[in-house]
Design a protein around this ligand. Structure first.
Ligand code: FES
Length: 173
C-alpha cells in the first residue's frame, strides 16, 4: 500500500484520477463486496424482494474494482418490475435497482433492511428510504433521496448504464 501510495504521488495522481476511486462509469460491471474472485453479478444473484446486496463497480477491461472510495459502494435490490415506480423501472435492469449506500443525512452507511415494509433503513438517525420509488425519503432527517445508479444488462450480467443520478454524499444535500 505504501509503495502504491508513493507511486501515486510520484505520478502526480490526484484522487479523482485514481481509477479505483472514481465514481462508477457506464459500462462498468458490478461485483459483490468481498468477492475476491471478482465475479460479475447477474440479476439472479440478487434475491427477489429480500434485502440488499452491497456491491462495487468494476472496470470491465482491467478489472479495477472501484473500492478506493467508500462513496462508490452501492446497494443492489431486485423487485418485480411491476412493483417499481415508472422512473425507477426505467433505471432498472430485470427489476434490479442500484443506489448509493451513503445516507444523504450525515453520510453513514445504510445498514438495515425493513423486510415487511420493503424499505432501506439508516440506523444512525433512523432515516427510511423506498427503493421501489427512487429511494425517496419515507421518514427521518435525510434531506433527499438516495442517488440512483442506472443499470442495464449485457451478456447476461448487470452493467452500469449511466452515472449516479445526483451527487453521492451529504455535504451537498
Ligand atoms: S446519517 Fe443516516 S439518518 Fe443520519
Amino acid at each position: 500500500m505504501v509503495l502504491l501510495s508513493a507511486l501515486g504521488v510520484s505520478l502526480g495522481l490526484a484522487p479523482q484520477d485514481d481509477p479505483a476511486a472514481v465514481r462508477p462509469k457506464p459500462g462498468d460491471l458490478l461485483i459483490k463486496v468481498g468477492d475476491a474472485g471478482k465475479t460479475p453479478l447477474t440479476p439472479n444473484d440478487i434475491p427477489l424482494a429480500a434485502g440488499y446486496t452491497a456491491a462495487w463497480a468494476m472496470d470491465p477491461a482491467d478489472k479495477t474494482v472501484r473500492s478506493g472510495s467508500r462513496l462508490n459502494q452501492v446497494l443492489l435490490l431486485r423487485f418485480d418490475p411491476a412493483a417499481l415506480a415508472a422512473d425507477t423501472r426505467a433505471r432498472a435492469a430485470d427489476g434490479v435497482v442500484a443506489y448509493t449506500s451513503i445516507c444523504t443525512h450525515n453520510g453513514c452507511d445504510i445498514d438495515q433492511w425493513l423486510a415487511r415494509e420493503q424499505q432501506l433503513f439508516c440506523s444512525c438517525h433512523e432515516s427510511i428510504f423506498d427503493p421501489r420509488d427512487g429511494a425517496k425519503v419515507i421518514d427521518g432527517p435525510a434531506p433527499r433521496a438516495l442517488p440512483a445508479l442506472p443499470l442495464t444488462i449485457a451478456g447476461g450480467t448487470l452493467v452500469v448504464a449511466k452515472p449516479f443520478t445526483t451527487p453521492v454524499g451529504y455535504e451537498r444535500g
